[in-house]
Design a protein around this ligand. Structure first.
Ligand code: NAD
Length: 353
């Protein structure tokens, strides 16, 4: 056994109602003037957070949007300076946390993240900024949020369908982390338990979006899966999702949900131990099929055609995915990849090509 393990230095405060510790956590960062970031849709939540902080709230910026357009990042950065902020609080999903990261990259302002989806950006040093339609991504330890408050109560408003797809988006991080070329045994433990918690939590969320126990389980699983994303490399599944999201503008969480079973079927024979862990975590004897069923049974989309993908674009998607591939346990073979994309387009159960 040989591996390198890096512990990322985030402080995590978890639990229903943990938002009450916000002021304490801002002070623990050595900060006193927090800029609150959000999307327009989550302005009311951000306002309540600013109110909670009182005079320690330096301002509120509500224009976070998908893929962090460079103009928005610059505007937010200028706003942070104009209100003399000494930390930024990103409350929301990956889009809002992404904006916080873009600010941190330029200014080194410490970020306190309060995730309200299961996407997992808060645990990674990966940032992305979009300029002239092209998303530039990179890794920089300065963008890693210093503190994360996970409060399941804030996820109660996440629509049930988005909760299921966002949860499977999280599972995808852990699943690919299990067969990463830099995988390690600590991350494998975390990945397996993350998948287990989400596979238990999501059906409860689907039955009752206000079930705080299920919400807590799902958010806990999302944290574990996010740690995996932040610590080891991703493979074919993430490459396909970045291609489909970046070049064909498909929705993030839903695309992950549709692709994951097919990517796992593609890799299964080359990553048997990873499959065993996933199977144990979700209680099935076929990891790919088990995740397809988890999505289907919980009302999530299983076909790219239902997400707005055009069949005529599948060839181009395969070409893009084959160019500059990420490391993958099974070599990338274009014909098999094209067949995988067809299955995902049609929404049929996953099979090996
Ligand atoms: P998102 O942040 O775009 O949120 C989707 C919508 O849901 C937004 O309108 C948001 O305001 C709303 N929303 C979020 N939480 C809510 C809640 N609890 N209640 C009601 N509405 C809520 O979606 P996402 O899936 O969290 O993030 C996707 C983005 O994050 C993508 O751009 C992706 O590339 C990025 N991402 C980056 C990393 C990384 O490591 N850098 C990791 C994961 C995702």
């Amino acid at each position: 056994m040989e591996f390198t393990y890096l512990a990322r230095p985030a402080r995590v405060v978890f639990g229903a109602g943990s938002l009450r510790h916000l002021e304490r956590e801002v002070l623990a960062l050595g900060a006193n003037r927090a800029l609150v970031l959000c999307t327009p849709e989550q302005r009311a939540l951000a306002q309540s957070i600013a109110q909670r902080l009182g005079e320690r709230a330096a301002g509120l910026y509500d224009r976070a949007t998908m893929h962090v357009p460079i103009e928005v990042a610059r505007d937010a950065q200028a706003f942070a300076q104009s209100c003399d902020a000494d930390c930024a609080i990103a409350v929301g999903g990956g889009s809002t946390i992404g904006l916080g990261k873009a600010i941190a990259l330029e200014s080194a302002l410490p970020i306190l993240a309060i995730p309200t989806t299961y996407a997992g950006s808060e645990m990674t040093p990966i940032y992305g900024v979009t300029e002239d339609g092209i998303k530039r991504t990179g890794t920089d330890s300065r963008v890693l949020p210093r503190t994360v408050i996970y409060d399941p109560e804030l996820t109660l408003t996440l629509p049930v369908e988005l909760s299921v797809t966002s949860g499977i988006n999280a599972i995808a991080h852990a699943a690919e982390g299990l067969y990463a070329n830099d995988a390690n045994p600590v991350m494998a433990l975390i990945a397996e338990d993350g998948i287990r918690a989400l596979a238990r939590g999501l059906p409860g969320v689907r039955r009752d979006g206000a079930d705080l126990g299920a919400r807590s389980e799902a958010l806990y699983g999302a944290w574990l899966c996010a740690m995996v994303l932040g610590n080891v490399g991703m493979s074919l599944h993430h490459k396909l999702c970045h291609t489909l999201g970046g070049s064909f503008n498909l929705p993030h969480a839903q695309t992950h949900t549709v692709i994951l079973p097919h990517a796992l079927a593609y890799n299964a024979a080359h990553a048997p131990e990873a499959m065993r862990r996933i199977e144990r975590a979700i209680g099935t004897d076929d990891a790919a099929r088990g995740l397809y069923d988890l999505a289907h049974e919980n009302g999530a989309p299983v076909a790219l055609k239902s997400l707005g993908m055009r069949e005529a674009d599948l060839d181009r998607a395969a070409d893009i995915a084959v160019a500059n591939p990420y490391w993958n346990p099974r070599p990338i073979e274009r014909p098999a990849l094209r067949a995988l994309l067809q299955d995902a387009f049609d929404g049929v159960p996953p099979r090996r090509h």
